[in-house]
Design a protein around this ligand. Structure first.
Ligand SMILES: [Zn+2]
Length: 217
């Protein structure tokens, strides 16, 4: 682990637990802070799957990143989660099924549902580094743009990329670089580059990242 990315404090009962989904884990996800990020660069314990999703969705803070991971897990495990929509535990207990088919369902499908449900409803523990708590009370996960309220910045990115036919990953990366307060700018850059090649987009991202660093110095 790099010295620039201190690992957040891990409560005793959360050892080897993914900060995002509370599944057992052995890996860490490093979050690099930008100039606007409301917290320093940091590392959180993460399972492999959440790490992969988080790396693609850093957005504008570790908390926004968590929302995006949760949304993505819900999308990936929609079928598993639907099992719980179709059956309640009580219904299952009271149902007349008693054959092997049902035993199989209880052992596999119901178990998959419980795992998926646990992961998407996991609440990450509050972040502190070396005993100093990061204050997230002032931080608004919700995002307002052009008179519309979004439950998260990830939802706004989703909405705009669908509505305007933009490259979602590109818009997301732009927002990560410039911050949520320059969302309009990120959308404009995406619209300008709507038919740009991957190489051009990479160059644009690089140029804007360099500009942002110039702003700090
Ligand atoms: Zn996880």
């Amino acid at each position: 682990m790099s010295a620039d990315f201190p690992l957040i404090d891990i409560p005793f009962e959360q050892r080897h637990t993914c900060w995002f989904c509370a599944e057992p884990c052995a890996d860490t996800f490093e979050y690099p802070a930008q100039a606007y990020t409301p917290h320093p660069s940091l590392a959180v314990p993460s399972c492999k799957e959440c790490k992969k999703i988080a790396s693609k969705n850093p957005l504008t803070s570790i908390w926004d990143c968590h929302m995006a991971v949760k949304d993505e897990l819900m999308r990936i495990y929609a079928k598993h989660l639907a099992i719980g929509e179709n059956w309640t535990e009580q219904e299952l207990a009271e149902s007349e099924f008693s054959c092997k088919v049902f035993e199989g369902f209880k052992k596999s499908a119901w178990f998959m549902y419980q795992v998926a449900k646990g992961r998407v409803s996991a609440a990450p523990w509050p972040i502190s580094i070396n005993g100093v708590a990061l204050d997230s009370t002032d931080y608004q996960l919700g995002f307002q743009f052009d008179g519309v309220n979004y439950s998260s910045i990830a939802k706004a990115v989703d909405h705009y990329s669908q509505m305007l036919g933009l490259d979602k990953d590109f818009l997301q990366q732009l927002v990560s670089i410039v911050g949520r307060h320059r969302f309009a700018y990120a959308v404009r850059v995406s619209r300008l580059n709507i038919v740009a090649s991957k190489a051009v987009k990479r160059q644009v991202l690089q140029d804007i990242a360099n500009e942002s660093t110039d702003d700090i110095s």
